[in-house]
Design a protein around this ligand. Structure first.
Ligand SMILES: Cc1cc2nc3c(=O)[nH]c(=O)nc-3n(C[C@H](O)[C@H](O)[C@H](O)COP(=O)(O)OP(=O)(O)OC[C@H]3O[C@@H](n4cnc5c(N)ncnc54)[C@H](O)[C@@H]3O)c2cc1C
Length: 640
């Protein structure tokens, strides 16, 4: 059987779902092929979306018209805004989700997207117009030699999918190998088949393949846990959520629970270290530094006498709990016996053991910012296959790959977000410029313009641009325009409204804020740390009337206006820096130099510039190993 599509997406994980819906919404006839339709958007590890910097990515996906945010809101069973004690640049939403409902919410989105077909099968071969069978790598193959075009895919069931654009989002499945103690099981995820042959057929085109690993903890039967011996952690019930659209959160909110390991637990785990695949040489590949296994924590922080564990519910209609902080690939008996030494787990029953998994990924420096391969025309890659870790990182890349596949077919310029425009822009620029030597996860510290990339203003940054390219709906766009207008009105009011010292001083004193010597504009009070629009509204009836006149999304709009006013100085300063850097960003250098011939560049710079082939002078300056003096050499040559 042979089927024809404009875009075929391989894998319905977080990247694949966003990629497929984005391509289809932009008019491309799209097919999403996945190994198991009942595991669409499965959360392989903990059932939670967002967190520090990851939450911002989900807000950006939503502002662009993607779906991860609305699916999260519809299935959230605990919501928290992390980092509230810090400035708003650091605030990050996080939600615990009902794992099963998350899958079905995504399926509903996919099945209701026009232009989008779904096919359950395993892709085993990438087809190109010039299939290479050698073991070529980018290091020994000249780019022009291996340049070829995608023509489609072949599946395990023998179906040929013809398509000018293919997006690979195969996650942890490529040659996946799971480890529990000395037991090794081929698989893409617990109880799921690995994806075989596809990696090799992609590598045969000259694309470099590497190996990484990750791990997950035990899942626990809640009926066996003594919750009275743990600390309860409630979620928040306020207006915050992920999507700028849609209804407030619907599902009942459930608590998480906190407990700690102890020295006895550590002793039992240490005794099993000789059987640990991480320490007996069985696993060679590198895992995510910031999600270490419990055995890695014991070895790295050997002086610690306890480690915090979070027991997180998996859903509203299950007893299953995820034990965050106890990722492990130790033998099953060691995992269970160690946990039973924690008082709350004395009668522990485990549903599924923890395990580690090794899988293939592709060198992301062989991609352009559009996430299209530099080697195989029409081949896009997104998610874990690019060396990242995390649902949010995957979903953000998926959306960009889906948009760019559709734009390529329409003969349009690639959609690329700048580093001062989104965390997704930072993520992709880091991947294609610096590459990865360990699983890449997003942190606020990776972004140089943190105050410009806040969770509250992703719509301000991205919705208009997305609407112009046809992704964000008209409804979303108008929703944003109404919000923008109201924020502007609040700001104008605060800039023009005069406050009389005598009238406001008693209230200021009560709020612990310094009294005024003379009248001032309302904005001057809004800027004070102890004051905000809500407590000022109690003192100033005109402000109260103004805020009460906002009928729709009042709290969200007030917060957005307040953050914009309070941090206006920092925002202005970061914008100025970003504009200066933008000058280097505007100097396009792709194809203008033969770096090998520029002897005044350092050897490392010559090699790295040749490999990455940067689009702009700014991207060149971010390549590790390219120094400011190398950039000066290029600038001088440009001037000549
Ligand atoms: C055991 C484990 C532990 C993890 N722990 C963490 C963690 O602690 N922290 C963290 O941030 N992330 C963790 N992750 C990673 C997280 O699950 C991924 O980052 C995220 O799911 C990546 O999304 P994705 O869309 O790229 O791929 P996935 O979610 O893996 O989805 C891939 C999809 O592709 C399909 N597929 C694969 N090959 C084929 C094929 N040939 N044909 C058709 N369909 C195919 C699969 O069926 C699946 O639906 C863990 C993953 C695993 C498996």
């Amino acid at each position: 059987m042979e089927l024809k599509f404009d875009v075929v997406v391989v894998g319905a994980g977080h990247a694949g779902c966003e990629a497929a819906t984005a391509a289809a919404k932009l008019g491309a006839k799209t097919c999403l092929i996945t190994m198991d339709m009942n595991k669409i958007a499965q959360m392989s590890c903990n059932p939670a979306i967002g967190g520090i910097a990851k939450g911002q990515i989900v807000r950006e996906i939503d502002a662009l018209g993607g779906h991860t945010g609305e699916v999260t809101d519809a299935t959230a069973i605990q919501f928290r805004m992390l980092n509230r004690s810090k400035g708003p640049a650091m605030w990050s939403p996080r939600a615990q989700c009902d794992r099963g409902k998350f899958i079905w919410a995504w399926r509903e989105v996919l099945e209701n997207t026009p232009n989008l077909s779904i096919w359950q099968d395993q892709v085993v071969e990438l087809l190109t117009d010039k299939t290479q069978t050698s073991n070529a790598t980018i290091a020994n193959v000249k780019r022009d030699d291996c340049k070829c075009h995608v023509s489609g895919l072949r599946t395990m069931l023998g179906v040929i999918f013809k398509a000018p654009c293919v997006i690979i989002t195969a996650g942890t499945f490529l040659n996946g190998l799971m480890h529990i103690g000395r037991t090794q099981i081929p698989g893409g995820r617990c109880a799921e088949l690995p994806s075989l042959h596809l990696s090799e057929s992609i590598a045969a085109q000259g694309i470099t393949v590497g190996r990484m690993k990750t791990g997950t903890p035990v899942r626990i039967d809640g009926r066996s846990v003594d919750f009275s011996l743990m600390q309860e952690q409630e979620g928040e019930q306020d207006f915050h959520k992920f999507s700028y659209m849609g209804e407030p959160r619907q599902l009942p909110q459930l608590p998480c629970w906190i407990t700690y390991t102890n020295e006895q637990v550590h002793d039992r785990l240490r005794a099993a270290l000789p059987d640990s695949p991480l320490y007996n040489g069985q696993i060679q590949s590198i895992g995510p530094r910031y999600c270490p296994s419990i055995e890695t924590k014991l070895v790295t922080f050997s002086q610690r006498t306890e480690h915090q564990l979070f027991l997180e519910p998996e859903g509203t209609s299950t007893n299953e709990y995820y034990l965050n902080g106890f990722s492990s690939s130790l033998p099953i008996d060691a995992q269970i016996e160690a946990l039973k030494l924690i008082p709350a787990f004395r009668n522990l029953q485990v549903y599924r053991p923890g395990y580690a998994i090794e899988y293939d990924y592709f060198d992301p420096t062989q991609l352009r910012h559009s996430l299209e391969s530099k080697i195989v025309d029409g081949l896009f890659m997104a998610g874990q296959v690019n060396g990242t870790t995390g649902y949010e990182e995957a979903a953000g890349q998926g959306l960009v790959a889906g948009v760019n596949a559709a734009r390529k077919l329409a003969g349009q310029e690639p959609f690329v977000m700048r580093r001062d425009e989104s965390y997704i822009g930072v993520l992709i620029d880091d991947l294609v410029t610096k590459g990865v030597d360990e699983p890449y996860r997003m942190f606020t510290s990776r972004a140089e313009y943190r105050i410009l990339l806040r969770q509250d203003d992703a719509d301000a940054r991205l919705t208009e641009r997305s609407y112009e390219m046809g992704l964000a709906s008209r409804e979303r766009y108008e929703h944003w325009l109404r919000k923008k207008q109201t924020i502007n009105e609040i700001e104008e009011f605060c800039n023009s409204f005069s406050v009389k010292a005598a009238l406001i001083n008693p209230g200021l004193k009560a709020l612990g804020s310094e009294e005024l010597q003379r009248g001032c504009k309302l904005i001057d009070l809004v800027m004070r740390p102890q004051l905000n629009l809500s407590n000022l509204a109690i003192l100033i009836p005109t402000l109260s009337d103004k805020l009460n006149s906002i009928k729709d999304r009042r709290e969200e709009i007030i917060e957005a206006a307040e953050v914009r006013m309070k941090y206006s100085g920092y925002i202005r300063r970061e914008k100025e820096i970003a504009e200066k850097i933008q000058r280097l960003e505007n100097i396009r250098i792709k194809g203008r130099f033969n770096y090998e011939d520029i002897k005044s560049l350092s050897t490392e710079a010559r090699q790295k510039l040749t490999k990455i082939d940067p689009e702009t002078m700014a991207q060149a300056s971010r390549i590790p190993g390219v120094s400011p003096s190398d950039i000066n050499v290029l600038l001088v040559m440009m001037n000549r």
